[in-house]
Design a protein around this ligand. Sequence first.
Ligand code: ADP
Ligand code: MG
Length: 374
Amino acid sequence: MSQSRIRLERVAKCWGATTAVDDISFDVTPGQFVILLGPSGCGKSTTLRMIAGLEEASSGRITIGDRDVTRLPPGDRGLSMVFQSYALFPHLSVADNIVFGLRSRKVPKAEQRERLAKVAELVDLTDYLNRKPAQLSGGQRQRVALARSIISEHPICLMDEPLSNLDARLRSDMRREIKALQSRLEMTVIYVTHDQVEAMSMGDRVILMENGKIVQDGTPDELYNRPASAFAASFIGSPAMSLLPLIKGDQHAVIEGEPSTAVAPIEAAGGQLGIRPEDIELRPTTGSGVLARVLSDEYLGADTIAHLAVGEHTLRVRLSGRQAMTGQHCRIGWPATAVHLFGGDGLRRDDLMPYPLIPTGEMPAVSDAYSPRP
Ligand code: ADP
Ligand code: MG
C-alpha cells in the first residue's frame, strides 16, 4: 500500500514567463481521494500531468512510494489516468479499448479475458463489450475510460475533469459510482475539477488552488466551515457566501452604508464580512438586525434565493419553499458563529470570531427608505 503514497515537494512549472504551478507541496496518503479544485487556468491539470509524467516539472521533486519519479517516463510511474475527453480508440470495440494497455504489456490472453470480465462487471459494461465507442452514450464511454484505468490494477489513478462532458443527472450518478469503486478497490485517487459540488461530495480532502498556488488544503468540512481566505469562501458553497466590505462605525465595524447594526469588532474594518446564504434569517423591520431590502427572488423549487440590498452592497439569502418578496423591507440576522471575517489581505481572521449582532442605537441616515411599505 505504501507504494501508492504520493509526495510533491516545492514543485513548479513555468512556460517562458508564465508560471502555471508555483512552488506547491503536498502529500497524498494511500487510499485517499484527493481533489484538486480551482477556477480554470489555476494550474490543476498541469499539476496532475506532472505527477503522471506527461509534463516535466521545472523544479521540485515528486515521489511515489519510495521512488523519486520526477524524471521518469509516464509508463514507469505505476499509475493510470482518466481524461475528460475519454481518449478512446474509435475503431476498436469496447473490449479492445479496455484491454489495450494489457495487450501492449503482453499480459497473457487468458489473464486478459479474466480481468476484462471482472472489470466489465464492475462498471456495468458486460453487455456492451462488442460495441464501438460511437454506439455508446456519454456515460458508457466514461465507464470504458474508467474500466481501462481499473484493469491496469495500478494502485494510483489520476482523473482530470472526467465528468464534465456529461449532463447534470448522469454526473451525480457517476460521482457516486466513482467514489464507490475507489473505496472498494482501495485506490489512491487525485481528481481534478473546477466544480465545487464534485469536490465537496467526493473528496476525503480538497486542495484548493488559485494562480498556481495552494490556498487551502483540508477536508470538505473545513473548507466549508473555516475558509482560509475570502477567495476560498466565495469558491465553496452554492450559492456562494456573500462578502461585504466593512468600515469603522462608532465602536464597532459596520457594513458600508448600514450603520444601524455592528456586525464585527472595530479591528475588522477595512476587511470583509462573509455570511452564507443558508445562515441568514429574515426578521420584521421592527425587530433587531441589519436593515435590508429585497431586490429579487429566484424560486428554485425546494427553496428561494433572494438578493438583498444592504447598505451599498448586496447579499444572497436562501429561504425554504417559495417566497415572493421582491421590494419588501426587512431586517436580517445570523448566529454569532455564522460570521466569517477576512482581513484587508483577504485572509481569515479567527482572532475576531465569533461575533454577535449589536444594535448601535444610531438611526441610519436613510431611515425613511427602510420604513415598511404601507
Ligand atoms: P487548469 O487545469 O487549472 O484549468 P492548467 O494547468 O491547464 O489549468 O493551466 C495553467 C496555466 O498554464 C494556464 O495559464 C495555461 O494557459 C498555462 N498552460 C497550460 N499548458 C500550457 C502549455 N503547454 N504551454 C504554455 N502554457 C500552458
Ligand atoms: Mg484543466
